[in-house]
Ligand binder design. Structure first.
Ligand code: ZN
Length: 161
């Protein structure tokens, strides 16, 4: 069996900043990633590269920001008054909040505080960063009808509901 649409894939992964070599995340020492292929569960550049691979094969791919988490959009950086954070004490740089965006909930991070003016950034933390993914394919199976309906994996490594 090879990786294609509607397959549930288990893989080991390590992702690094392709420019600096800094480690961003790895499945080493934790659970491998389980995802449903063809439903935008991975960044496009990685999903495309995995097509046709079989169990035991490894992969090593550099993904551009355009094919990854997108390019930074400075219009997503906003300054808001401290009153907007009613009920939240001890606002600090680096804190992340979920806010209502035009296309559903977005995660915004506090990037600066000057007096009562808080700067927030709704860009993905990995926007504009070229990413180097590598790892090995561990398992491939057909998705169930229910998984295809939901667009995600159920059971071990997936959703439980
Ligand atoms: Zn589900």
């Amino acid at each position: 069996m090879t990786i294609a649409e509607n397959k549930v894939v288990t893989l080991e992964f390590t992702v690094k900043n392709a420019e600096t070599g800094d480690l961003i995340e790895s499945s080493q020492g934790s659970e491998p990633l389980v995802y449903l292929h063809g439903f935008n569960n991975l960044v496009p550049g990685l999903e495309t590269e995995l097509v046709g691979k079989t169990v035991g094969e490894s992969y090593d791919v550099t993904v551009s920001p355009e094919e990854g988490y997108g390019v930074r959009d400075e219009s997503l950086v906003q300054q808001v008054p401290r009153e907007a954070f009613q009920g939240i004490e001890n606002i600090d740089v680096g804190m992340a909040f979920t806010a209502d965006g035009p296309q559903g909930p977005v995660v915004v991070e506090v990037t600066a505080i000057e007096g009562d003016t808080i700067t927030i950034d709704a860009n993905h933390p990995l926007a504009s960063i070229p990413l180097a993914f590598s790892g090995e394919i561990k398992d491939i199976r057909d998705a169930s009808a229910e998984e295809l309906e939901h667009g995600h994996v159920h059971g071990p490594g997936g959703h439980h509901h």
